[in-house]
Design a protein around this ligand. Structure first.
Ligand code: NDP
Length: 234
């Protein structure tokens, strides 16, 4: 299969790209600011392969250029995202736009491009990476939570629209996962988050990749949102 994983230069996207390549898929793995991680992943000896490609997923022209470069894909993983911890009163209009453009508009832009070929071929898998915060909401992350809740609504609507074309659209909502996104949290914060997680630990990017592979393989599952958070936010 030909797979596109956005935001694959670090964290969850990196683990997802690796997981697809390990099982033999051709993975187009996008980076934006972090250009130095994917070249070494691409050199590893996989059953499949990893091909690094630049894309700013918040920018329509950049997304169009990406698809002109790579052509059709069978599986799209909309993973790229940012977070920002801020009181509502401190969030500027441009903070809001940057959050929504990176986390939500990106999924619209990439799904629009990817679905053209999927519809023609009558097959496709679109997997959106949302967040538990999109389900339960996070204080001081209103724009992040809104973008992630939006992704869930987008998933539900697109699943209905593309189902008749043989395309499934699903969502994975991670809880607290050990990546750079949480690097700003103190040890105390992490301890509290662990305590709030029924499984009593922070997740790994590979745990999320496993759920993505499930949706990539599941032929009769669409419009679903699967939380991968050790029970966090239940
Ligand atoms: P990281 O911060 O570790 O990595 C973020 C990735 O997104 C990087 O590869 C980065 O690329 C890419 N990215 C950011 N902005 C853009 C952009 N404008 N265009 C293209 N790529 C971009 O985050 P995680 O791996 O933790 O998060 C991955 C996804 O999982 C996100 O959508 C996040 O919201 C979600 N998630 C994460 C959770 C967690 O606890 N970690 C919990 C719930 C959801 P580069 O560095 O090259 O710029």
């Amino acid at each position: 299969m030909r797979v596109l994983v956005t935001g694959a230069s670090r964290g969850i996207g990196y683990a997802v790209a690796r997981a697809f390549a390990e099982r033999g898929d051709t993975v187009f793995a996008t980076y934006k600011s972090t250009a130095d991680t994917l070249p070494s992943l691409a050199k590893e000896n996989f059953a499949g392969e990893v091909i690094p490609v630049y894309c700013d997923v918040s920018d329509e022209e950049s997304v169009k250029a990406l698809f002109s470069e790579i052509g059709n894909v069978d599986i799209l993983v909309n993973n790229a995202g940012i977070a920002q911890f801020s009181l509502l009163s401190d969030i500027s209009g441009s903070d809001w736009d940057r959050m929504l453009d990176t986390n939500l508009k990106s999924a619209f832009l990439c799904s629009k491009e990817a679905s053209k070929g999927m519809i023609r071929r009558g097959f496709g898998r679109i997997i959106n990476i949302s967040s538990v915060w999109g389900i339960v909401g996070a204080s001081c992350e209103t724009h992040y939570s809104a973008s992630k809740a939006g992704l869930i609504g987008f998933t539900l609507a697109l699943a209905k629209e593309l189902g008749p074309s043989g395309i499934t659209v699903n969502c994975v909502s991670p809880g607290v996962i050990d990546t750079d996104m949480n690097a700003h949290l103190s040890d105390e914060d992490m301890r509290v988050l662990c305590d709030e997680t029924p499984l009593g630990k922070i997740g790994k990017a590979e745990n999320v990749a496993q759920a993505v592979l499930f949706f990539a393989d599941a032929a009769f599952v669409t419009g679903e949102n699967l939380s991968v958070g050790g029970g966090f936010g239940m």
